[in-house]
Write a protein that binds this ligand. Structure first.
Ligand code: HDE
Length: 699
């Protein structure tokens, strides 16, 4: 008989048994009694009082009254998907974790992405860290990699987590601001806790504004420990690298999207999977032999530090593909319970004090959030292997345990379940010796060097975005001493950065650096070095009105879609527009229902009449101008070039016909033939054309 844990789709098979479909069914109460009417309460006469005997009314309202559970105290807003992990490169030399050893193995997973500070209903595109939590349903039990999209954290010791979260969450008197770190309490915490500085550099960078969950890195943050069959340990850091590269939205864009489509990232994930355009990520590991524990100029146990990839390469070992949307948001995405303490044999912890506190927190919070100790039985949380132990009873016990013995050791159940045997988890036998103290290790004391490393690694445009972010966030702080305190710390990171921020937030610029810049960088940290070789899932707006050149729409649209992009035809109204050469073109969306911020690029096809109408339509002119300001690829054909001029897109160099793609990302042509489509595709692949950021176009 095949072990159910060995089948690739074993998680879906397990879930399938729990899926409830509405087809061909009759409405019943929770007791299975068919009801004759669910629209009118039972009452004494037509205008009389409702009656207590109406068990259907009472049950329906009672259930409704209890539909909500507490949201997560952090990471409340999320989006999830199922998928699978395929191992390409065995790590058997380092770990006994089966899903990392056997390259024939495919492991089902559930992933939940999240923002951290906002409530369940907050917008997706706020400036924030993103959670990237993965549950591997392995044949040795569940392994949870509960990571973020940034490789470091704000604090070094978990005992500071409640302080930090209180500071970043909305302020107590009025619960303002929602899902934002731009307020006094967060920055007060920062200026008094300089270990935050490295993470604040990441948070103020474009990493905090991901274009898509499919274009976002993930990190396990802490140093973990692999243990192999001989009991030998190796330190390991986990990374997810998206196949589509790591790309971000522009800050101005994120704020507008928060109003136009607050579900932007959630929708993007859903639509990609729905369209079969599955997000993919490579799992990479940085391995450090235990003998090298002290070879770095930082402590491996300090979660505010990275191991630069230039020092220890991130070795790709397998691929995660997200290929199935959940059936029910609440049942799966809301009820999923991740825990960094869920490890399988061959993966163990280290003494990172942040990690250690997390080991306590997750189970504790889930007990209240999910209402008792049986939440591992919820379908999304159940492992694909058998669960056997003496845990009994509690709220919502779903299993029927047979037998009289619910204790170990027993003779009444034949001693079952037996303890131990091959494949049992054995903790790494680390030698521990020390006094009981409350003291941060001296090896955790450097709070600035890696913040400087990050700053030095940024491209010019990334640095400008960081300065802008500090100016925005600190600019929102009412207290001058807080702004001064932060600028003081920035002066340890980089003098020029501190001076630029000071100038924007009305505090005196420091006269000289507090710490000289060490000049080192790590190219792997810059998004400028990320992959730009695909247009998969990129959304292209094609602007049209009556008289549009439908042949051009078809030719360029087909080429874009063939390359993997999603094209939508936008017009002033829904329905159809008349084509220049007769016939009709179907409109995907009416322009007033969308905005340029929801697209990666815009194409203005020719057709004199169409372009004249667009030039007279404020929405269309604004659409193009705004796409330009956000540095997106723009294509225009024939008369369509006139719309660019109407939008004030002048003073920038256009790609000439037949030439190479200009670094302005504006591609023009006399007709859809030649290499126009190829040049436009290249411009979209580039993600953004930041060189254009100095051109001022009103939008
Ligand atoms: Fe979490 N974190 N965390 N965290 N965390 C939670 O668990 C906590 C930390 C992360 O999609 C909570 O079930 C403490 C680092 C993700 O369901 C809670 C500390 C990293 C998610 C909790 C940290 C994370 C959580 C809230 C400092 C990146 C969402 C609800 C010691 C490596 C998982 C829940 C999901 C969720 C505690 C720090 C990632 C309260 C005490 C560092 C992705 O238990």
């Amino acid at each position: 008989m095949v072990n159910p844990a060995d089948r690739a789709d074993r998680k879906q098979e397990q879930l399938e048994r729990r899926r409830v479909r509405p087809d061909d069914t009759r409405l019943t109460t929770d007791q299975g009694i068919r009801v004759d009417d669910t629209d009118n309460s039972l009452s004494a006469g037509e205008r009389g009082p409702s009656l207590m005997d109406d068990f259907h009314l009472r049950e329906k309202i009672t259930h409704f009254d209890h539909e909500r559970i507490p949201e997560r105290v952090v990471h409340a807003r999320g989006a999830g998907a199922y998928g699978h992990f395929r191992l390409h490169d065995s790590l058997a030399e380092y770990t006994t974790a089966d899903f990392l050893c056997d390259t024939a193995r495919t492991t089902p997973v559930f992933v939940r992405f999240s923002t951290v500070a906002g409530s369940r209903g907050s917008a997706d595109t706020v400036r924030d860290v993103r959670g990237f939590a993965t549950k591997f349903y392995t044949r040795q039990g569940n392994f949870d990699l509960v990571g973020n999209n940034m490789p470091v954290f704000f604090i070094q010791d978990g005992i500071k987590f409640p302080d930090f979260v209180h500071a970043v969450k909305p302020e107590p008197p009025n619960e303002i601001p929602q899902a934002s770190s731009a307020h006094d309490t967060l920055w007060d915490f920062v200026q008094l806790q300089p270990e935050t500085m490295h993470m604040m550099m990441w948070l103020m960078s474009d990493r905090a504004l991901p274009r898509s969950y499919a274009m976002m890195q993930g990190f396990g943050v802490h140093t973990f420990r692999f243990v192999n069959a001989e009991g030998r340990a190796t330190f390991v850091k986990f990374h997810w690298k998206p196949r589509l590269g790591t790309h971000s939205l522009a800050w101005d864009e994120t704020q507008k999207i928060a109003g136009k489509d607050p579900d932007f990232n959630r929708r993007d994930l859903w639509d990609r999977i729905d369209a079969g355009d599955f997000p993919e990520y490579d799992l990479c590991v940085q391995l450090v032999p235990v003998e090298d524990e002290h070879r770095f100029d930082f402590d491996l146990l300090d979660p505010t530090k990275i191991i630069p990839e230039e020092e220890v390469p991130a070795r790709p070992v397998g691929t995660l593909t997200l290929d199935r949307n959940p059936t029910n948001f609440f049942a799966e995405t809301e009820q999923v319970a991740f825990h960094l303490g869920n490890v399988v044999p061959g993966i163990d912890f280290t003494n990172d004090p942040l990690l250690q506190a997390r080991l306590f927190s997750y189970l504790d919070t889930q007990l209240i959030r999910l209402g008792g100790p049986n939440f591992p039985q919820i379908p999304v949380n159940r492992p694909v292997v058998e669960v056997r132990n003496h845990h009994r009873d509690g709220y919502h016990q779903m299993d029927l345990h047979e037998g009289r013995a619910s204790y170990h050791k027993n003779s009444l159940s034949g001693g079952c379940p037996a303890v131990g045997g091959e494949g049992s988890f054995t903790h790494y036998q680390e030698r521990v010796d020390g006094h009981k103290i409350r003291k941060r290790s001296e090896s955790f004391a450097d709070h600035y060097s890696q913040a400087t490393l990050f700053w030095n690694s940024m491209a010019d445009w990334e640095k400008e975005h960081i300065v802008g972010a500090f100016r925005f966030e600190l600019g929102k702080c009412e207290h001058r001493h807080i702004r001064e305190g932060v600028v003081g710390h920035l002066n340890h990171v980089d003098h020029d950065l501190a001076v630029q921020v000071a100038a924007g937030v009305g505090v005196e610029a420091p006269a000289a650096p507090a710490t000289p810049n060490h000049g080192r960088g790590s190219p792997a940290l810059s998004q400028a070095n990320s992959a730009t070789d695909s247009v998969r899932g990129r959304k292209i707006a094609i602007l049209a009105a009556d008289g549009v050149d439908s042949a051009a729409v078809a030719a360029v649209g087909d080429a874009l879609m063939e390359a993997g992009a999603v094209c939508e035809i936008l017009a002033a109204h829904a329905g159809f527009v008349q084509a220049a050469n007769g016939g009709q073109v179907e409109v995907t969306r009416a322009m007033p229902t969308v905005a340029s911020v929801l697209y990666d690029a815009v194409l203005v096809p020719g057709g004199e009449q169409s372009v004249r109408a667009l030039a007279g339509d404020g929405d269309a002119v604004h659409f193009v101008a705004e796409a330009f300001v956000h540095c997106k690829a723009i294509g225009a054909l024939d008369a369509g070039i006139g719309l660019l001029e109407r939008a004030g897109i002048t003073g920038v160099e256009f790609a000439s016909n037949g030439g190479t793609v200009s670094d302005t990302g504006v591609v023009t042509g006399e007709g859809p033939g030649g290499d126009f489509s190829a040049r436009l595709i290249d411009a979209v692949k580039a993600h953004r054309h930041w060189t254009r950021r100095k051109a001022h176009v009103p939008a």
